[in-house]
Write a protein of this length. Structure first.
Length: 132
């Protein structure tokens, strides 16, 4: 009897663990991609400019103030590390902007006369956005 109960509990655990997802993931719209791109670009600029500022302050501390060589070296190293760390954010922002500005499919409503009355039906359409 113990074996049956343990087997049943393990079976319930594996069924819940390895089941398929019932709610599909939401699809992102063009506005979502553009918003995401804007935030990623802002993070990239913050890392780039903040890193350049830290590298400059650290190098000034090392060159001028000889008592703070260790602190200046740490600040300069943090700045020099954050500058290349901004590159992936700029790449991701560019990719998301391209996704947001690219072709998209929509279901447009089209008026149609059927049996003497107006009805609407959905027709797939292709949208192309060109920024000037």
């Amino acid at each position: 009897m113990k074996k049956i109960i343990v087997f049943g509990m393990l079976l319930m655990l594996t069924v819940n663990t390895f089941s398929q997802q019932t709610v599909p993931a939401p699809t992102l719209t063009s506005a979502d991609y553009l918003s995401k791109s804007k935030h990623q670009k802002k993070i990239g600029m913050t890392l780039l400019l903040g890193g350049a500022g830290c590298a400059l302050v650290g190098s000034v501390l090392v060159a001028i103030i000889t008592r703070s060589i260790e602190a200046g070296a740490v600040i300069m190293a943090a700045g020099l590390i954050s500058i290349p760390a901004s590159i992936p954010f700029f790449i991701a922002a560019s990719r998301n902007k391209k996704k947001g500005m690219s072709l998209s499919f929509k279901n447009e409503t089209v008026p149609q006369i059927k049996n003497g009355s107006f009805t609407t039906r959905y027709a797939p359409s292709l949208t192309l956005k060109i920024s000037l």
